[in-house]
Design a protein around this ligand. Structure first.
Ligand SMILES: *Cc1c(COP(=O)(O)O)cnc(C)c1O
Length: 371
């Protein structure tokens, strides 16, 4: 391989001593569950997102489940989301016993189509869950207008978009609740699983705080049926180190995206492939740089043979997954999502990627499209 798809080893090398010091500092305290590192990290995420409350938990998937539980969403309820996303968006809805109601995506942005949401709202709709896929915010204003007109809460699945903005506002602060993941491949990655929930609603924050420690307000006194989903102190300490670099890393990703756009122009590939949309008013943080090709599978093989890694996010839309077969969907139900699954290809975009590496990626793509 000429480069990895994501170079976490290079990232670690650049912050190695700081991370080791943070881990050592935490080990010295022998306090591993919640505690001051977690509280400090929560405050830092509140500052970043402009939310009053942040509640750290064990994963992005748990953040979504906790958000749904805090809103008392369960059997008989419906939650609207997109089928072109990671499993956990709809998986969390099903996990609490509610029904995922899918709405197709805007083919330009890969995000939920606001116009289509209106058609599927019923009296059972208890939340709308837009996903900010690949680091680009969903088009939130029309979604928020619709939701507030019908008094439906909005849960942002911001797992892939920490640091992204929509019309000048940070994602995670746009809806009633924001959910983030710190899975290692996200723009802010832990040394394992981790997540956080953000909100400006004091009552919801209070419920979330209880729900993530089994529902207990005081030790061994349970007010709610909660779960065990806490952030480890060691993860918080590592995330606090990495959070200091988040801005710099996002800027590097944006810089790399600009450079890809230049190179695609230079190699006259723009008519042959679709590059990711970057609408004005949106700050894309490029967790992925995802192009579209009508001959995606052959292009991917061609790149692989030349040592260029790429990934397919996501090869099967959720409505066609076996786990969701009980919803009764079929091929053709969400054509834009299905087309995206056939055509998308994510290219390396990590901050440490060099100009020479990017050139080799685009030159190899140009090779596939002679003339
Ligand atoms: C990563 C991700 C999640 C889940 O996060 P985990 O921390 O892996 O549980 C949820 N939704 C989306 C869109 C994601 O990309």
């Amino acid at each position: 391989m000429l480069m990895p798809f994501l170079d976490l080893k290079a990232q670690f090398a650049s912050i190695r001593q700081e991370v080791l010091d943070a881990v050592t500092r935490t080990l010295e305290t022998q306090q591993f569950i919640l505690g001051p590192e977690v509280t400090a990290f929560e405050s830092e995420i509140s500052a970043l997102t402009g939310c009053t409350y942040s509640i750290a938990c064990a994963s992005g998937s748990d953040a979504l489940i906790l958000a749904l539980l805090a809103l008392e969403i369960g059997p008989g309820d419906e939650v609207i989301t997109s089928p072109f996303t990671f499993f956990a968006s709809a998986g969390s809805i099903a996990r609490v016993g509610a029904k995922p109601v899918f709405v197709d995506i805007d083919p330009q942005t890969f995000n939920i189509s606001p116009e289509a949401i209106k058609c599927v709202i019923t009296p059972r709709t208890k939340a709308i869950m837009p996903v900010h896929l690949f680091g680009l915010s969903a088009d939130m204003n029309p979604i928020l207008d619709l939701a507030s007109a019908q008094c439906i809460p909005v849960i942002e699945d911001a797992a892939q978009a920490i640091g992204a903005h929509y019309a000048g506002r940070p994602v995670g602060s746009l809806g009633l609740i924001g959910c983030f993941s710190f899975f290692p491949s996200k723009n802010l990655g832990a040394a394992g699983d981790a997540g956080i929930i953000t909100t400006n609603d004091a009552a919801l924050a209070d419920r979330l705080r209880l729900l993530h420690v089994h529902g207990a307000r005081d030790k061994y006194v349970y007010e709610l049926l909660g779960m065990n989903s806490r952030l480890d102190a060691i993860q918080a300490a590592i995330l606090r180190v990495k959070l200091r670099y988040l801005d710099k890393w996002a800027t590097a990703r944006q810089h790399n995206a600009d450079r890809y756009r230049q190179l695609f122009r230079q190699f006259r590939l723009e008519a042959k492939l679709n590059l990711p949309a970057a609408p004005p008013q949106f700050t894309h943080v490029y967790n992925q740089f995802t192009i579209r090709s009508s001959d995606r599978d052959n292009l991917r093989e061609h790149l692989l043979a030349r040592g260029i890694p790429s990934e397919i996010y996501y090869p099967i839309p959720l409505h066609l997954q076996k786990a969701f077969a009980y919803l009764g969907h079929k091929q053709g139900d969400f054509p834009a999502s299905e087309a995206a699954s056939r055509e998308v290809l994510s290219l390396p975009i990590y901050p440490e990627l060099t100009e020479a590496q990017q050139l080799s990626v685009v030159a190899a793509i140009a090779d596939f499209h002679p003339g």
